[in-house]
Design a protein. Structure first.
Length: 328
């Protein structure tokens, strides 16, 4: 009898401890501890290295990328890009198909107007260690003249590259050629308006959703083949200088970064379709909550309910078996 009770207890308690993963078990916020990273302007989740995020400084003469472990906030690898010139104003980073990293040297700090900007492409290293990686460098021009931009996005299915310009009254989505060329200029053309003073943007891992953030708010869109359809507002945290955004690798979280030494990256539930949090009604109003409508906290309560049921079952089995033992 004792052995049976012990077996049942082990099975049920194992079930409690090994409850199915929920969105709440995914990426959490972290603080960047590397003293070299003082102007983190872009953020991209690694696909090969779970829990690792790539970032970079804004104005930095080093063409460097930093792999940060979200579990500790520590830099686990520094990548130095070779085959490119001295960076001017690196503002964005994105993960594309086939584990390709794309870096946008597309800003105009200090009001400098560049006749062209640069985009760099490199393979994400399979091994996280300090190393140099050769990158491709693309020259980019806009069909309607020079402009400031801080948002570079790469569609995770098609690999097409887009830029969103930064304008206080709202900008535009600029589409690049189907395939960029290292010879000559790649002309990006405006396609649709974006209703935000954009400081960064990101595609969901499946490419169905586009999230755009600014200093004080954000908007998410259905991608809709590039004819973006506004769905609601993002729950953007208040930060010192909100500069970056990335979906977590599983798409359940949106990670928001800021500039400054010891900068914090904050995690919020991604709208519409988080793996374990159920469907959420998009908010199209003026509030700051995008994903909160209809959110009953199921992403965090599911494991609690499971644990409570398991404990109740354990108690029922224990007392039931004691009663049977007495009858015997």
């Amino acid at each position: 009898m004792r052995r049976l009770l012990a077996f049942l207890a082990a099975v049920l308690l194992t079930g409690v401890l090994a409850a199915p993963a929920t969105a709440a078990d995914g990426d959490k916020g972290f603080t960047v501890t590397d003293p070299r990273i003082t102007e983190s302007s872009g953020l991209a989740a690694s696909r090969q290295h779970p829990g690792v995020y790539w970032t970079h400084n804004d104005q930095d003469t080093c063409a460097c990328l930093y792999a940060v472990d979200s579990g500790t906030g520590k830099t686990v690898a520094t990548i130095t890009l070779t085959g490119v010139g001295t960076p001017r104003d690196v503002e964005a980073i994105a993960m594309g198909p086939d584990n390709q990293l794309w870096v946008g040297d597309i800003g105009d700090n200090d009001g400098v107007t560049w006749p062209y900007v640069w985009i760099y492409q490199l393979p994400e290293p399979k091994e996280l260690k300090d190393q140099s990686v050769r990158a491709k460098q693309y020259v980019v021009k806009y069909s309607d003249g020079t402009r400031d931009a801080e948002s570079l996005i790469v569609h995770p299915k098609t690999g097409r590259v887009y830029i969103i310009d930064k304008h206080e009254d709202g900008g535009h989505l600029y589409e690049g050629p189907a395939k960029l060329s290292t010879s000559g200029a790649n002309v990006f053309k405006p396609t649709v308006p974006v209703d935000l003073w954009a400081t960064d943007a990101a595609f969901s891992p499946d490419g169905a959703q586009l999230a755009v953030r600014g200093y004080f708010g954000g908007i998410y869109y259905d991608w809709n083949g590039g004819k973006i359809e506004r769905k609601g507002r993002l729950d953007v945290p208040l930060q010192r200088q909100g500069e970056s955004i990335s979906y977590s690798a599983d798409g359940t979280k949106l990670m928001y970064g800021t500039e400054g030494s010891g900068s914090e990256v904050e995690a919020e539930d991604a709208p519409d379709g988080a793996a374990a949090s159920g469907s959420k009604s998009p908010s199209g109003g003026g509030g700051s909550s995008a994903s909160g409508d209809g959110d009953d906290g199921s992403s965090t309560s599911g494991s609690v309910k499971f644990g409570a049921l398991a404990v109740a079952a354990l108690c029922a089995a224990f007392f039931g078996l004691r009663r049977l033992r007495r009858r015997d």
